[in-house]
Design a protein around this ligand. Structure first.
Ligand code: PYC
Length: 317
């Protein structure tokens, strides 16, 4: 029987399952190289941890690994039910909260190597009822394409393609209510957008598929409310850290925010991240702040005789 220890947290309602001891030998190199190795040789570990019956489509996983970069204290690889993520904002906040729970960090700043670059994450001193308030300086964000038109059913919509650590298509003129009572319609609309982007060959600047779709609407409590479809079928319960970074890059490109101006992004379930952007040596660096809560700790047991030991095939996309 194999055992895999985990700690679960949630950030604005979106869960992160941290595996702090990788149960796989021989993983080395840069964090991007470690991801490539795990993807090629140990992808069943991902499905074992995240697929039903142990996990669900909503869960995001994080492997804590050795960083290769000398100035980094940690390395992290994020993954989900369909594959691997370049970066994950809610996940980074959850990992930092969990490292604090484990006593491995104190309030202050650490550098974390991810497959897409180095993140500077700050655990704030506990205050105002929040034990785990975390900010992270993301990889540089940018808008790649603007005002791309798509026909979704009878509706013509327009969206921007932007990078915030993952690729996003960001849409405002969709005409749908960004409400938790409207999740099915929002999900199928976004899935249709994603299919059309793929069919029309609309991709990120490096040819990567655009897997995340964001719809924006008005908020009473923040500057904007969003629905974010993640790779697969699940929507982000948090305001999406990499999605908010992509949004900040678009707002900045449109001169709708100034450097350091705080933008408050609300998720479809009501949780809020604060974000701002700074221009550093010609690049746009987003900083995102949110809170996470550590909520479960346990051991996954993998019996090799179990026909669903590595997850239910086809239970996901
Ligand atoms: O917070 O960046 C994020 C994220 C990506 C996918 C789910 N959450």
């Amino acid at each position: 029987m194999k055992s895999i220890s985990y700690i679960d947290s949630h950030t604005g309602g979106e869960p992160t399952r941290l595996i702090s001891e990788l149960p796989v030998p021989g993983v080395q190199g840069s964090v991007a190289e470690q991801l490539a190795f795990l993807k090629q040789h140990h992808d069943s570990l991902r499905t074992t941890i995240l697929h039903e019956p142990r996990g669900s489509d909503v869960l995001v996983g994080a492997y804590l690994v050795e960083p290769a970069q000398a100035d980094c204290q940690f390395g992290v690889i994020f993954f989900n039910n369909v594959g691997y993520l370049g970066m994950c904002g809610h996940g980074m906040i959850g990992v930092i909260a969990t490292l604090s729970f484990l006593g491995r960090i104190q309030p202050g700043t650490v550098k974390v190597e991810t497959p897409v670059g180095v993140i500077e994450a700050t655990l704030h001193p506990a205050a105002q009822g929040y034990p785990n308030r975390v900010s992270f300086k993301n990889v540089p964000a940018f808008r790649f394409l603007s005002h791309v038109a798509l026909e979704i059913g009878e509706t013509t919509i327009h969206g921007d393609v932007a990078w915030g650590g993952n690729w996003f298509f960001l849409v405002h003129d969709h005409g749908l209510g960004i409400e938790a009572t409207n999740l099915e319609q929002l999900t199928s609309f976004c899935r249709e957008i994603r299919s059309q982007l793929a069919a029309r060959g609309i991709r990120g600047s490096n040819g990567e598929e655009i897997e995340h779709i964001e719809l924006f609407g008005a908020s009473r409590e923040a500057d904007s409310r969003s629905f974010v479809l993640c790779p697969g079928k699940a929507y982000d319960r948090s305001p999406c850290g990499t999605g908010t970074s992509a949004k900040l890059a678009c707002l900045y490109a449109d001169s709708k925010i100034a450097p350091s101006q705080v933008w408050r992004q609300q998720s479809v379930i009501g949780s809020i991240f604060d974000g701002h952007i700074e221009q550093v040596e010609g690049q746009l660096i987003p900083t995102i702040t949110g809170e996470a809560w550590v909520m479960a700790k346990g051991v996954l047991l993998v019996d090799p005789r179990d026909p669903f030991a590595c997850g239910i095939p086809g239970s996901t996309e």
